[in-house]
Write a protein that binds this ligand. Structure first.
Ligand code: HEC
Ligand code: HEC
Ligand code: HEC
Ligand code: HEC
Ligand code: HEC
Ligand code: HEC
Ligand code: HEC
Ligand code: HEC
Ligand code: HEC
Ligand code: HEC
Length: 314
């Protein structure tokens, strides 16, 4: 079935419900639930679509042919007839259009989500979208920084399922230049290689901590690096506290995503290791010797914790 006939069929459905109240109360046509169109706060339907009625997508297409054709290829467009929630097609998002049509395309009489503030534009999408991943949207740092659903999702221009203009990671890079630069450093999580993406660790829709997919930083790291989780017979306190005591999450110019090179990293906490007063077999190893012998890790090679020996060795 081509786009036009899909839109045509949507139109028949819409004719049935054309006289139904469209704003706040869901209407029903045959067995299809038709979701009210615009109910976004901040947007004033009274001024815009006040007395308008549904006219159907075919009418919109008569003037917006190119837009309608393109829309038919998007994920929402392809779902127009098969999903009860999208029965209203264009008007599900833009509001009832009769006034706009009668006004010869008067832009004051139709909703353009682009002109809504971020919260109102998002509210529009949220009237239908209640997915689990969106439960923390309103408190997440995107919503609270005026980033809206349409900052990332482009419902008109994309044909991929998630409506992401440039795929997930490129979408993130348009705003997050620092992380883009970090990912180019010599040590980095394999995002540039395509083995993982920003959303392997983040939920762009918000999270309990820093838009992370899991409840904390620690939980996030341990999802994939469970071997560092312990409990170990001999723990290293900074490891159980926060992996970010030593690592960077995105990229680093030090090997293994370390915050700084060894031995400086270790010396930032252990100012005088192997000092006589501390006892233990490490006594007498001067810093000069250690530096000659290489990295602290050469001997303390169970840096994340050891079950076998004290001193973080195996
Ligand atoms: C009689 C021709 C005509 C019909 C029918 C029509 N439009 Fe328009 N529409 C226009 C014109 C002209 C403009 C202003 C120029 C432009 O953006 O293309 C416009 C602009 C718009 C805008 C942008 C508004 C803004 O604030 O910039 C939206 C959204 C829109 N139309 C949606 C619709 C929808 C949805 C329908 C069907 C309910 C529809 N139009 C039917 C002619 C029409
Ligand atoms: C799922 C919601 C949704 C549906 C369905 C939808 N649109 Fe849109 N439309 C939007 C959003 C969101 C924008 C603003 C895009 C942006 O921010 O760049 C928009 C923008 C527009 C514009 C203005 C473009 C501009 O550059 O200002 C027109 C015209 C338009 N839509 C027409 C239509 C027509 C015609 C249909 C049906 C064939 C339709 N829309 C279906 C959400 C929708
Ligand atoms: C009138 C209801 C409605 C509105 C408004 C709406 N959508 Fe949708 N959307 C749907 C339906 C129905 C689907 C298909 C769901 C399915 O098949 O599981 C969908 C699918 C999607 C998907 C793909 C979901 C997936 O599981 O892959 C994304 C992303 C999406 N919509 C984003 C948006 C954005 C962004 C907006 C606001 C501009 C918006 N939607 C507005 C009804 C709506
Ligand atoms: C910062 C960018 C960004 C913002 C803002 C954003 N999304 Fe998403 N969204 C994404 C990405 C990236 C994915 C794909 C996630 C994946 O593949 O796991 C996605 C996926 C989705 C999906 C598919 C289901 C899922 O969670 O995978 C829906 C539905 C959706 N978004 C709706 C919305 C709505 C509604 C809003 C606004 C309330 C919104 N998004 C705001 C980036 C964003
Ligand atoms: C339209 C611009 C924009 C896009 C696109 C965008 N972000 Fe953001 N993001 C922001 C702003 C603004 C903030 C809040 C200020 C800051 O921390 O930089 C933010 C904050 C964040 C934070 C920090 C959360 C915190 O509380 O510390 C994370 C993580 C994040 N974004 C991830 C993503 C991911 C992943 C994507 C891609 C799916 C993405 N962003 C796409 C603008 C954007
Ligand atoms: C391996 C998991 C992981 C991946 C992949 C990842 N992040 Fe993060 N991101 C984190 C963690 C953990 C933090 C919190 C760091 C902290 O608080 O010390 C964070 C923090 C952030 C922040 C807040 C500012 C900052 O740097 O602390 C932004 C913005 C961000 N990430 C964006 C992105 C973007 C964009 C991508 C994709 C290019 C991405 N992240 C990929 C785990 C990840
Ligand atoms: C979604 C899975 C995933 C999550 C979550 C994750 N990582 Fe990774 N990590 C990887 C993959 C994949 C590699 C690359 C492994 C390879 O190339 O063999 C990697 C590599 C590493 C490396 C070695 C880098 C190198 O240069 O060899 C370190 C260190 C690391 N991760 C630390 C962390 C930290 C800290 C966190 C929490 C912020 C974290 N990871 C979260 C998947 C993940
Ligand atoms: C006290 C500093 C420190 C802390 C805290 C720390 N690491 Fe490491 N990590 C290191 C050092 C040093 C290396 C380099 C070892 C090497 O050269 O192979 C490393 C290497 C890694 C590697 C790559 C090599 C391997 O063994 O797989 C991963 C993955 C890793 N760390 C994950 C984590 C995770 C997850 C956490 C939090 C649970 C964490 N690290 C906390 C110091 C630390
Ligand atoms: C963020 C601070 C911090 C960093 C960075 C750090 N440590 Fe530790 N380390 C501690 C604390 C706290 C203890 C436990 C108390 C103590 O022994 O001083 C500890 C204990 C140790 C112990 C003794 C363990 C035992 O079983 O007796 C060794 C060995 C050690 N660290 C080596 C290292 C090495 C090697 C590095 C660098 C890769 C490093 N540490 C980085 C904080 C840190
Ligand atoms: C040539 C091997 C070797 C190197 C290299 C080395 N250590 Fe040790 N270290 C030891 C031995 C052996 C002990 C005694 C551990 C025990 O009790 O089993 C020890 C003990 C320690 C302890 C616990 C006792 C104390 O003195 O506080 C810390 C902390 C420590 N080393 C930190 C470091 C740091 C930081 C570096 C790098 C600057 C480093 N070590 C390099 C062998 C080494």
């Amino acid at each position: 079935m081509d786009t036009r006939s899909r839109i045509g069929r949507a139109c028949v459905t819409l004719a049935v419900i054309a006289l139904t109240v469209v704003f706040v109360k869901p209407a029903f046509a045959a067995d299809k639930e038709v979701i009210p169109s615009v109910s976004a706060p901040g947007y004033k339907p009274a001024a815009v679509n006040a007395n308008a009625k549904m006219v159907g997508a075919e009418s919109c297409a008569s003037c917006h042919a190119e837009t309608a054709e393109k829309f038919g290829k998007t994920f929402h467009g392809r779902k127009v007839l098969s999903h009860p929630k999208l029965g209203n097609s264009c008007e599900a998002c833009h509001g009832a259009g009769s006034a706009h049509v009668d006004g010869g395309g008067d832009i004051a009489l139709i909703t353009n989500p682009k002109k809504l503030d971020a919260a109102a534009a998002s509210e529009l999408c949220l009237t239908c979208h209640k997915e689990k991943t969106l439960t923390m949207w309103k408190t997440g740092s995107h919503a609270t920084n005026a980033v809206s659903c349409t900052s990332c999702h482009n419902v008109h221009e994309t044909t991929d399922r998630k409506n992401l203009a440039k795929g997930g990671t490129e979408t993130c890079y348009t705003c997050h230049k620092q992380q883009k630069a970090d990912m180019r450093l010599s040590s980095h999580h394999p995002v540039p290689e395509g083995k993982m993406t920003c959303v392997s660790c983040h939920n762009p829709h918000g999270g309990i901590e820093g838009n992370l997919k899991w409840d904390s930083k620690q939980e996030t790291c341990l999802k994939c690096h469970g071997d560092k989780a312990g409990p170990f017979a001999y723990e290293h306190p900074p490891v159980t506290d926060d992996c970010m005591n030593c690592h960077k999450p995105h990229g680093s110019s030090s090997e293994r995503l370390l915050k700084q090179n060894m031995p400086n990293l270790c010396l930032s906490c252990h100012r005088q290791p192997h000092s006589a007063t501390r006892g233990g077999g490490g006594q007498g190893l001067s810093l000069t010797v250690i530096q000659q012998r290489g990295r602290c890790y050469d001997c303390h090679n169970q840096i994340h914790g050891s079950d076998r020996k004290p001193g973080l060795k195996d």
